[in-house]
Structures are given as C-alpha cells and as structure tokens.
Design a protein around this ligand. Structure first.
Ligand SMILES: [Zn+2]
Length: 239
C-alpha cells in the first residue's frame, strides 16, 4: 500500500473527525465530577491531544487487559477496552502497523493511556514498584499517553511466540534476557527493531512496553487524569 493511502485515516483525524480531541474550552470539563481538580485549576494544556487508536488504525488488535480480570490485579480497573495515545504516538504506531502488515504481521495492544487515578488505584492496591509505578514519583509512564504495551500477531490474529506473556514480572521478560528459544528471541528483536525505527524505546525490564521519544517532557506530556468516557465526549463534541 502506498504511504498516501495508509496515512488517510490520520488525515481524517487531523481534520477534526470524531476520533480526535483538539482544543477544548476548559470550562466544559467542569461537567465531569471525576476529573482531577488540579487539571481544572491549572488549565494550561487545553487539549489532551489523545487519539483513540481504534479509529486511527482499525486493523490494530486490542486486548486491553486492565478492562478485564485477566491482569495481575485480578479485577478490571478500566470501564471498557480502549486505547488512547497522544496523536504523534498514534501516528507513529500506525506507521509501525503498516510496516508489519507488509510482512503479514500486525500489532496487538495490551495497554495505552492510563488515567492518573487508575495508576493511583493500582499503586494503592499493590504498592510494589516491581509491578506498578508509584504515581508520586513523576506520575508514571502510561498516564502521559506516550507509552504502549503490545505484541506481534500473525495474519490470523494469533500472538507470535515471545519470551513471556504480558505483565510477567520476571527476569525472563527483560529485553536482554537470552536463555530463550530462537523464535522468541527473533520475534522480540523484530518488534524492537521496527518500533525503534518509528521513535519508540523498549523498557529494559518489559519486552512489551515502549515509550515514545520525549516522553519525559513534563510540559509536552504531563500525566493526565481524564477518563475514557470524558475523552469520547470531547471527541464527539470536538472543535
Ligand atoms: Zn507498559
């Protein structure tokens, strides 16, 4: 497929289709009681910039574990399965998906943007930094919309062999762990190679976790506490 074709969905988003959140009057946010009060009092980022990846690239599969009991907490912390990412992160991920599609592979996402209040709930439940980031220390990675957890699937949607499953917090999940079968090493390397080419960086302790370039920039990517329903409402009423 030509570049001009596979960029089309994002062009639609960029022109204000329902999938994107653009500049919103902060006054509208007071309609939602679950918002972090600090966000309302300090409305510098009037846009959240988050894009629903299902609209940006419908061919990317979703297995949002935190919307199910199938996660290390054993209860759902998201109201439904959805993945939101900062627009430039979503664009880069669409490019990754396109590149993999040319060799009959694709992406399956386990997690994307995570509201700060959910991060806090996870921390309060576990309080172990081996499993979850302490939101008091910078807010966490997924709260910025710049981190994504994912794996590779074949043309039928079957996951490729990887070193471990998602959220396996053992040494075996480390990105440099080599006591593995040939296929797991090969698939992990392929995922990393293509993701890095599009601006993502693999976490040393989790082969499935990637952060986008510049994710530590607090001004550009502050931790957010806006929930999925609010994001969808803003998208429907987008500017
Ligand atoms: Zn992650």
């Amino acid at each position: 497929m030509k570049r001009s074709n596979w960029r089309r969905p994002l062009a639609l988003i960029a022109t204000g289709a329902a999938a994107i959140v653009l500049w919103q009057p902060i006054a509208q946010l007071s309609l939602f009681s679950d918002l972090n009060a600090q966000v309302i009092q300090e409305p510098a980022p009037m846009t959240y910039g988050l894009v629903n990846i299902a609209a940006a690239s419908p061919s990317i599969l979703l297995d949002i574990r935190y919307a199910t009991k199938n996660n290390f907490l054993h209860f759902p912390v998201y109201p439904r399965a959805a993945c939101y990412l900062q627009k430039e992160v979503a664009i880069a991920l669409c490019e990754v998906q396109e590149e993999f599609s040319q060799i009959n592979l694709g992406l399956k996402i386990f997690d994307g943007y995570r509201p700060l209040s959910v991060q806090q709930l996870m921390w309060d439940t576990i309080q172990d930094e081996r499993y979850v980031s302490n939101p008091a220390k910078g807010g966490g990675r997924h709260t910025r919309g710049t981190a994504v957890d994912l794996t590779l699937v074949d043309a039928d949607g079957n996951e490729l062999e990887m070193p471990t499953g998602f959220d396996d917090f053992t040494e075996r999940a480390h990105s440099d762990y080599m006591a593995l079968g040939e296929m797991a090493i090969k698939n992990r390397a392929l995922l990393r190679e293509v993701m890095e080419r599009h601006g993502f960086h693999q976490l040393p302790t989790e082969w499935w976790h990637f952060d986008f370039d510049g994710w530590r920039d607090e001004a550009k990517y502050p931790p957010l506490d806006v929930n999925f329903d609010t994001l969808d409402w803003l998208a429907r009423h987008g500017s």
